[in-house]
Design a protein around this ligand. Structure first.
Ligand SMILES: [Zn+2]
Length: 240
C-alpha cells in the first residue's frame, strides 16, 4: 500500500480528533444533567408555593451560572498546571542534556530497548535522534509530550463554560414549555432529548457504536435526576 493511502487511512483515526470536541460534549452533558437534576429536585421539594415557577427558573439560572463559572475556573487551573508541568519537565530535560549528554543517550537507548529494539539498534536510533534534536526526542519518547503546541487556558475555560451553559439551557427551557401537567415532566422530557443529543455526539466523537453509549448517557442522566428528585421529595416530606 502506498504511503499516501496510509496517510489517508490515518485521517479516520479517532486519536486525531481534537480533544476540545470531546471536552465540549462532556461539558454540555454536565450542564444538562446538573441543571435538570437541580430543577427537578426543587420541583420535588415543592418549594415556594405560588411563586414556585419563578423560584424554579431563578434557581435553574443560578445553577447554570454557578456551574459554568466552576467549569471555567477548573479548566483554567487544570490547563495552566498541565502547561507548567510540561514546561518544568522541558527545562529539566534541557539541563540534563547539557550536564550529562552521555547518560541521556543511554537513557534513550534503554527506552527503545524496552519498546522492543535490540541494544545495538536502540543505540543506533538513539544516536540518530541525538544528532538531530535530542530535546525533542527526550520530550517525546521519555516524557510523552507529543503536542508541542500548548493548550490555551483562557480559551479552554471559555469553551467549557459555554458548553456547560448550552447543555444547562436545554432543561431550563423545559420549564417554559407548555405542559399539560407538571413542569417536572417537561424538564425531564427536554433533558432526555438533550441526553440523546449529547449521547450520540459523544459516541460519534469517540468513533464507537451509537446505541449502547447513548443509552448509557441517558441512563446515567436519569439516575442523576431520580436521585435528586428523591432527595427533594425526602426534604419536602421531612418539612425542611
Ligand atoms: Zn532524558
Amino acid at each position: 500500500m502506498a504511503l499516501e493511502d496510509v496517510y489517508q487511512r490515518n485521517v479516520h483515526h479517532r486519536g486525531h480528533r481534537a480533544g476540545w470536541l470531546r471536552a465540549a460534549v462532556l461539558g454540555a452533558n454536565d450542564g444538562l444533567v446538573s441543571t435538570a437534576s437541580l430543577m427537578i429536585g426543587i420541583t420535588a421539594a415543592k418549594i415556594g408555593g405560588a411563586e414556585s415557577q419563578s423560584f424554579l427558573v431563578t434557581a435553574g439560572a443560578a445553577g447554570i451560572v454557578a456551574g459554568a463559572m466552576s467549569m471555567a475556573v477548573g479548566e483554567y487551573v487544570s490547563v495552566r498546571s498541565q502547561n507548567d508541568i510540561e514546561e518544568s519537565d522541558r527545562l529539566l530535560e534541557m539541563e540534563h542534556l547539557k550536564v550529562d549528554p552521555e547518560a541521556e543517550l543511554i537513557e534513550l537507548q534503554h527506552i527503545y530497548i524496552e519498546r522492543g529494539l535490540t541494544p545495538e539498534l536502540a543505540m543506533q536510533v538513539a544516536t540518530a535522534m541525538h544528532a538531530r534534536d535530542p530535546l525533542e526526542a527526550h520530550l517525546r519518547d521519555e516524557l510523552g509530550q507529543f503536542d508541542q503546541s500548548k493548550a490555551r487556558p483562557v480559551q479552554a475555560a471559555v469553551a467549557s463554560a459555554a458548553a456547560f451553559t448550552l447543555g444547562g439551557l436545554i432543561p431550563f427551557l423545559g420549564a417554559f414549555a407548555p405542559t399539560t401537567g407538571q413542569v417536572a415532566v417537561s424538564i425531564v422530557g427536554f433533558a432526555i432529548i438533550g441526553l440523546v443529543i449529547t449521547g450520540v455526539a459523544s459516541a460519534r466523537t469517540a468513533g464507537s457504536k451509537i446505541l449502547a453509549p447513548t443509552l448509557r448517557v441517558i441512563l446515567g442522566g436519569c439516575i442523576g435526576m431520580a436521585i435528586t428528585a428523591g432527595i427533594g421529595q425526602a426534604l419536602h416530606l421531612s418539612g425542611i
